[in-house]
Structures are given as C-alpha cells and as structure tokens.
Design a protein around this ligand. Structure first.
Ligand SMILES: Cc1cc2nc3c(=O)[nH]c(=O)nc-3n(C[C@H](O)[C@H](O)[C@H](O)COP(=O)(O)O)c2cc1C
Length: 375
C-alpha cells in the first residue's frame, strides 16, 4: 500500500499533508481547526473579524479582535494536541498586531492577501527566532514566491518555512486579475512546478526543505495524488471543510453549497479590491444591480476598502452569512462547491481523502499510464 506521506514543516510534523485553509469571517475557528488537527492535518483559524464574530456589539473592534484571537487559539489548543495555525490577511488594518499574537500562541502563521516582503514593524527577526511558530506566505505565482524569498534572504538571511500556492479555483478572495482566472496559463497544475523551481535555489542555498502546498479546487484523493505528483508536499482545502459538521459557520451557510449548481458559483468584485468566488444569491444580485446596502463603518478593517464608495460592507456581509443571515450576506465558496451534496464529519472527510489517495496511488503504481497529472 502507498500511504499518504506526512508533512514536515521544519520540526512540525503533520501526520497527513492536508491543511484546512483559514476561512473568514468566523468560518474556521477553534471548532473546525481542532477537529482537523485531531485527525492529523493542520487546522487553521481565520483571524479576520473574530472580535465581531464573538461579540457583535463590540465597541473597540481592534482591542476585541486581539483578545478574541488569543482566546480562540488557546481554545483550539485545549481541544487538540495537533497542529494549529492562524490565517492573517495583510490587507487588514490590524494585521501587525494579529501576526504578533499568532506567533506567540500558534504553531504556524499563514499570511495571505499581500506579499509579506518584511516582518511587520512591531516584530523583530529576533522575536521570530525566539518563538516556535512557523511563517508561511500564500502566493498565487512563482514570481511572488521569488520576490518574497529574495526579500527575506536580503533582510534576514533567512527564508519562510513553507509556501502555499493558491490557484484560481479557490474560494474567497483570489490573487488573480479577472482575466487570468480562466486562463489555462494560471492553472494550479502549472503554478506548482513553477513555484517548485523558483524556490529551488533558496532551498539549496539555505540547505533547508521548504514544503510547497497546493490550494484551490482540490476536491478528492485523486486531486491530492495529482498535486503531490506535480511536486507539492501538501495540499490546502477550504470548500470541503466548510461542508463538515465541525465547520464553525451556521448550517444555512453550509446549505448554500448543497443548493448551488455549477452556474451559481460566480466571481464577484469585492470591496477588498480583489475578485472573489462566491455562491450567487439575492444579496449579490442586488449589489450587481447597484443597490446600496446601507452600513456604518466605525473601524476601517481593511486597508484597501473605500467605505465611502463601496455598495456594502464586506465584513458585515460575511459575518451575516456566518450566522446564517444569508439575506444580508453571501457565502464565499470554491469553484467545486457545487459538487458538495452532504455535510459530513471531519473524520469522514479525512478518512475518505486518505482512502481515495491510497487507491489511486496503488493503481498508478501498478499501471503508470494511469498517471493523474493530466486529469
Ligand atoms: C468560505 C471561505 C472563506 C475563505 N476565507 C479566507 C480568508 O479569510 N483568508 C484566506 O487567506 N483564504 C480564505 N479562503 C481560501 C481558503 O483558505 C483556501 O485556500 C481555498 O478555499 C482553497 O480552495 P478550495 O476551497 O477549492 O479548497 C476562504 C475560502 C472559503 C471557501
């Protein structure tokens, strides 16, 4: 039998090379992250808007976010002995503070929605060396990976511990221009070998293994086999983990995936300034027609949001959907969300992914002509 290999990120060892991607607002919190970690994967808490997710009437959002994030990581750590990460978007106005807390409390910090060329000003490299936590940027191209690694080499004589490569089929905000999303040149199948070769010189120079993690559209064990074959060391899944009992979103959010047909999964222009993938609904239809959804912005949570011109508050819309108020929000979802037909447990999902992987690995081993690379 060919077993799914473990994932080593420095001295962190995940029994399974499966990472549950961070999902905000409040979609992946301690409940989901600890369930994934308990099954041998890496569970990731999304740091965005946790203060508001826990306390919808919070007055000082920055302060309540900091408190809530620390509490959430500690809560997850109580529920598992496995690996707990935090996902932080650079576009957040409290990015630097959230990184600091996560480095203090979690095992691994994933940084997306921007290129982390340097550490935030409040964090010294000595501090990073003094904590156990790993730092992993999320990129959408080999060029971005190279720029980050070069900058770290120059500034710190050090490189990140791993890299997540998120392709255009992912859910949530995408690091691509609208025109690139359907362009085959940007397919994850092409990005993975490109990133692997872009970071090779750094791996050699620093004599350090840097795992490459593939994300975006990975649905089953056959997909996992394909991306490991293409040079990835692990995979990150979002959509499949939404459709689990343990996912921290309201059942109405999860049911959006079951309701969705292929044509309901759409690309939207998000107030963040990036395209995003979501399940189309009445709220998004209203926005498309230019109908403004009144809101009051009392703390600009995103550096890139122009709250004076945007038609709606994305943080509020996502928070509404998290708590099941889909009439005032919408569900982010990956391109394959329409393939979800039931909600299962994290254990069932992980066991299925492993079994599918082992089956296809066995078959390909018997008959290499069945290679999954071109599927
Ligand atoms: C509901 C939802 C919310 C997400 N929120 C975030 C987020 O806050 N930050 C982030 O870096 N990625 C976010 N993502 C992306 C996931 O972490 C993951 O990389 C991606 O969904 C993988 O693609 P898949 O959904 O096809 O498996 C989100 C995805 C979904 C489906």
């Amino acid at each position: 039998m060919i077993k799914l290999p473990e994932l080593k990120i420095g001295n962190l060892i995940a029994k399974l090379p499966i990472i549950q991607g961070g999902m905000g607002v409040g979609i992946s919190m301690a409940g989901l992250a600890s369930a994934v970690a308990n099954e041998g994967g890496i569970g990731v808490i999304s740091s965005v808007g946790l203060g508001s997710a826990n306390d919808t009437k919070a007055k000082n959002h920055w302060e309540s976010n900091k408190i809530a994030l620390r509490e959430e990581i500690r809560k997850a750590k109580k529920l598992t002995k496995g690996i707990i990460g935090v996902n932080i978007m650079m576009a957040l106005t409290d990015y630097a503070e959230l990184v600091k807390i996560s480095l203090e409390e979690a095992d691994i910090v994933f940084i997306g929605a921007g290129l982390p060329l340097r550490l935030p000003k409040n964090i010294s490299f000595d501090f990073v060396k003094s904590v156990k936590a790993k730092i992993v940027p999320i990129v959408s191209s080999a060029r971005a990976a190279k720029i980050i690694f070069k900058s770290w080499e120059k500034n710190y004589s050090h490189i990140p511990d791993a890299v997540v490569v998120e392709g255009p089929l992912a859910g949530g905000h995408l690091g691509f221009k609208q025109s690139q999303i359907d362009d085959p040149a940007y397919k994850l199948e092409n990005l993975i070998p490109e990133v692997v070769s872009a970071i090779k010189p750094f791996i050699q120079k620093f004599a350090k293994k840097i795992p490459v993690i593939a994300a975006g559209g990975i649905f089953n064990g056959v997909d996992i086999h394909k991306f490991l074959n293409l040079g990835a060391d692990g995979v990150q899944l979002g959509t499949r983990f939404v459709a689990t009992h343990e996912c921290d979103a309201d059942i109405k959010f999860k049911n959006e995936y079951i309701r969705a047909k292929k044509e309901d999964i759409v690309i939207i222009k998000s107030p963040v300034g990036l395209p995003g993938r979501a399940v189309f609904n009445k709220f998004l239809s209203d926005v498309e027609q230019g109908i403004k959804k009144p809101f009051k912005c009392d703390w600009q949570c995103l550096k890139t949001c122009n709250f004076r011109t945007t038609l709606y508050c994305i943080a509020q819309a996502l928070l509404n959907s998290k708590i099941g108020k889909l009439s005032d929000g919408f569900s982010f979802a990956g391109a394959n969300a329409y393939r979800i037909d039931k909600i299962i447990s994290v254990k069932e999902l992980m066991d299925t992914l492993v079994a599918e992987y082992e089956k296809v690995a066995f078959l390909v081993n018997q008959n290499p002509a069945l290679a999954t690379n071109n599927l």
